[in-house]
Design a protein around this ligand. Structure first.
Ligand code: CP
Length: 315
């Protein structure tokens, strides 16, 4: 049975079942060989699956990983891509997000991939266009393809995530990644420990998913030796809270080489990027060849976005 247009939207991880997530993760994993091995590698059956389709990347916030990986994902599936940014478009003249999206849709695109600083902006646009909308990060709300790629990265390394204990460390308050990845991990049965200074963990974050699988601590050293995986978040230096804590952050919460030595052997280290080297993570830890999964996350990002694009617009 084909999905309705609105069921093809991908606006949030919140609300997705474990079964829906596993379906997407399985699809992404099937596509990963093409990403890491090149065009002639892996299953070629989907290489023209989106031939003749047009993907509109509307990115009204800066991005390296998400924008480029959506573009590569679309091209791997045979689609054409148009990129629209805040500069160089009529957004700079005051055109609203919804008006921009409606005008782009009127040109005949098949899906809109949207990044915006407006929390809830992707859902707002989805209410006003007919084509599917994929949220590529909306304000502090969600970054659902990041949640998917983080879960895929962890699944590749750890297998079944049920009961695995994953620490997410840093600026939880400002992080759409923390929200999406937490929703994904909890839906898959993992336990999340949110770690950070009190000012950067919102009150009630442990109730986000409502099944008792989220805990909060302000003491990274108390849990560092007990976890199965760790994901460091970027200190958002462009925001006041981030700038205010930056000088003390490494000593209090950074994944230094000394702390890394206290992790259990083989614990995977994740970071969604972009990273602030020497603040939330030391160079030697970020670049570790065995346990840093940061580049694996980037590769998984292309595969996850292929799966989401196929779900959105393949017939
Ligand atoms: N992780 C992530 O969203 O990175 P970009 O901001 O570069 O897309």
């Amino acid at each position: 049975m084909s999905l309705s247009t609105r069921a093809r939207d991908f606006l949030a991880i919140e609300g997705l079942s474990a079964g829906q997530l596993v379906e997407l993760l399985d699809a992404a994993e099937r596509m990963l060989p093409v990403v890491v091995g090149g065009k002639a590698t892996g299953d070629q059956s989907f290489s023209q699956a989106l031939r003749g389709r047009v993907v509109a990347n509307i990115f009204f916030e800066d991005s390296t990983r998400t924008r480029v990986s959506f573009e590569i994902a679309a091209k791997r599936l045979g689609a054409e891509v148009v990129n629209i940014g805040a500069t160089g478009s009529s957004a700079s003249k005051g055109e609203s997000l919804v008006d921009t999206a409606r005008n782009i849709e009127a040109m005949g695109v098949d899906v809109i991939v949207l990044r915006t600083a407006i929390s809830g902006g992707a859902a707002m646009v989805a209410q006003r266009v007919r084509c599917p909308v994929i949220n590529a990060g909306d304000g502090r709300h969600e970054h659902p393809t990041q949640g998917l790629l983080d879960a895929l990265t962890l699944r590749l390394r750890l297998g079944d995530l049920a009961q695995k204990r994953v620490a997410i460390v840093g600026d939880i308050s400002n992080s759409r990644v923390a929200r999406s990845t937490t929703h994904a991990l909890v839906a898959l049965g993992a336990r999340v420990v949110a770690v950070g200074p009190p000012a950067l963990i919102p009150v009630g974050f442990d109730q986000l998913a409502g099944n008792g699988n989220i805990t909060i601590t302000h003491d990274i050293d108390a849990i560092i030796g007990e976890i199965d995986a760790i994901m460091m978040l970027r200190v958002q230096l462009e925001r006041a809270a981030g700038a205010a804590i930056a000088s003390d952050y490494r000593a209090a919460f950074g994944l230094t080489s000394a702390r890394r030595a206290r992790l259990r052997a083989g614990v995977p280290i994740l970071h969604p990027g972009p990273i602030n080297r020497g603040i939330e993570i030391d160079d030697a830890v970020a670049d570790d060849l065995e346990d840093s999964m940061i580049m694996t996350q980037v590769s998984c990002g292309v595969a996850a976005r292929m799966a989401v694009l196929l779900r959105a617009i393949a017939t």
